[in-house]
Design a binder for this molecule. Sequence first.
Ligand code: AMP
Ligand code: AMP
Length: 337
Amino acid sequence: MKNFSIATLASHTSLQILKGAKDEGFRTLAFCINKNEQFYRNFQFIDKLVTLGNYRELIGLEKKLANSFVIMIPHGSFVAYLGKDFNRQTKFKYFGNKKVLEIEGNRLLQKKMLDSAGLKLPLTFLSPNNVDRPVIVKTFGARGGSGYFLAKDKAVLKRQLKEKQLEPGKYLIQEYIIGIPVYIQYFYSALSRKLEITGVDRRYESDVDGLGRLPAEFQLDLKPEPDYTVIGNFPIVLRESLLPQIYEMGQQIVNSSKIMAAPKGLFGPFCLETIITRDSTIYTIEISCRIVAGTNLYIKGSPYMDLLYDIPMSVGRRIAREIKQAIKQRKLAVILT
Ligand code: AMP
Ligand code: AMP
């Protein structure tokens, strides 16, 4: 154990990942952008801080550091800033399956994976001509929901596409689901082959969550476009009667991922992003195939983790525990790629 370091980029969920690793007895290593160094120096559980001008400088460090004793924990910043080529080619050992990170980064592959798991998805319209209900248009490359727009019917959609001069093939037209967004966090252990629900959250998004604060008169005058840029997260507990169904959904995606991301499939932390309607229909809109930032709510454990563990268990700590277990059982090859 003493030889191993748990490493990650200093952002997104790094604090709980590194704290959890330290709590489980690992050495910890953070790769930090220069301007954030002061902040990350505050935390005693970070043993070593390597500063970088930008994240891509990690490539230059691979030779020196990418030995089997440094275990990298990928999170949202790996998908957003390092990109699929880096994640596929890097010599760093990742906890989790590099193949599923690639699926997460590609809308079409994501849809295929969710479809093949038998999950219920909002309808996708291949052409604006087929649209017969309110839709949300997701431009490719849009980050975190910035640049999405809504259209209440076919005529409005066509007008907006023309105004924005969007070319076909550069966006996705999806049925708009009226309901509430619910993000379900899971952890699947490749060692024990057990699935855990680790927490549930919703996002606090600017400006959609701010629009309701404007009086109707302002809304009509200003005609604000909804924007879904994440600023933070709120905790949620679900009706207990929904839990068996969402557990089953997690199981289905784990099973079907064994085909698309063969042979290991999806394991470790992941999240299904859903919209739940008034009749409890659960639509899945996206999947994150690694730890999500909503787990930052539960560094001292979530209501669901409390049911499974006798100590405060963050997802970061759960990851470290899995790695510790694998080292003890000499099964590191099962959980690293
Ligand atoms: P950041 O390093 O904060 O820029 O985040 C990296 C990626 O994770 C971006 O694509 C963000 O949109 C996403 N992200 C960051 N924080 C959160 C959060 N609290 N909830 C959901 N997504 C987030
Ligand atoms: P996404 O980038 O897919 O995570 O979506 C960002 C936000 O857009 C979500 O948090 C939802 O609030 C909203 N959203 C995405 N897809 C839909 C949909 N089909 N129906 C309603 N709202 C959606």
